[in-house]
Design a protein around this ligand. Structure first.
Ligand SMILES: CC(=O)[C@@H](O)[C@H](O)COP(=O)(O)O
Ligand SMILES: NCC(=O)COP(=O)(O)O
Length: 237
């Protein structure tokens, strides 16, 4: 069974475009859970261009499914996560000026840093996941950091699948097989959509969770949020 965590960054982007509080991200999080989502993901960035740090605090009492906070573990992000205590923190090595996440960790080069950060979160009862490319030596490196899970960065799969190249999933399958052997839990995210999610899930043994935002919100414009969540849940069964 693969859990669907809805990334609500784009709802905050829409809200921020006008100032004010429409749409309200907390109400949206409550609604997606009511519609069947099994988690809520936010990715506050240092410039707070979509999710603000205060949103994470406001969401905490309302997220009764899995609450996943993603981000680069700079000091202010670490303080926020340790204060809010979500179910899971996903560490992403994104640059401040990145339009969106565009690479996984180099788990070998940054091993000592990741070991320290991960132990701090785990000591505080927060499950950890680290964003990685589907590269076997990076999965082995992830194991050395002490993380509970990895999140496979699925941009390349989604891009290849969109071009009709189903072989793009192969490195992900191989990475998942290795992660399972090493005892790492497997999450995945980035550019997953109603078009590609079923094929991806079928090819990833023990896929525990996917976080989906951009496509899910875009699809909801045409099909409605409740309907789209139900469609994802059927494909993730
Ligand atoms: C970690 C990841 O894959 C990203 O997709 C991210 O969470 C989305 O961030 P943006 O909404 O800022 O593009
Ligand atoms: N971790 C990936 C995520 O939360 C959503 O990514 P996207 O669906 O907005 O590309």
């Amino acid at each position: 069974m693969t859990k669907l965590s809805v990334n609500i960054n784009k709802i905050a982007t829409l809200r921020n475009s006008r100032g004010g509080d429409v749409p309200n991200v907390v109400e949206f999080a409550k609604d997606v859970q009511r519609f069947g989502a099994e988690g809520v993901t936010v990715h506050p960035r240092p410039d707070e261009r979509h999710i603000r740090y205060q949103d994470a605090r406001d969401l905490k009492p309302e997220v009764y499914t899995e609450f996943n906070i993603e981000g680069n573990p700079i000091p202010s992000f670490m303080d926020l996560v340790l204060e809010v205590k979500p179910t899971q923190v996903t560490l992403v090595p994104d640059a401040e000026d990145a339009i969106t996440s565009n690479a996984g960790w180099d788990t070998i080069k940054h091993k000592d840093f990741l070991v320290d950060v991960i132990s701090e979160f785990r000591n505080n009862g927060i499950r950890t996941s680290i964003f990685v490319d589907p590269v076997l030596k990076q999965i082995e490196g992830a194991k050395e950091t002490g993380t509970d899970r990895i999140e496979l960065y699925t941009e390349s799969f989604a891009h290849q699948y969109g071009l009709g190249n189903k072989d793009g999933v192969k490195p992900y399958t191989e990475s998942a097989v290795l992660a399972n052997e090493l005892g790492l839990g497997i999450n995945a995210g980035h550019d997953l959509s109603l078009d590609n999610i079923e094929f991806f899930k079928q090819n990833i043994p023990n896929l525990l969770e996917v976080s989906i935002g951009h496509a899910l919100v875009a699809e909801s414009l045409y099909l409605g949020v409740e309907n789209v969540i139900q469609m994802y849940l059927r494909k993730l069964k």
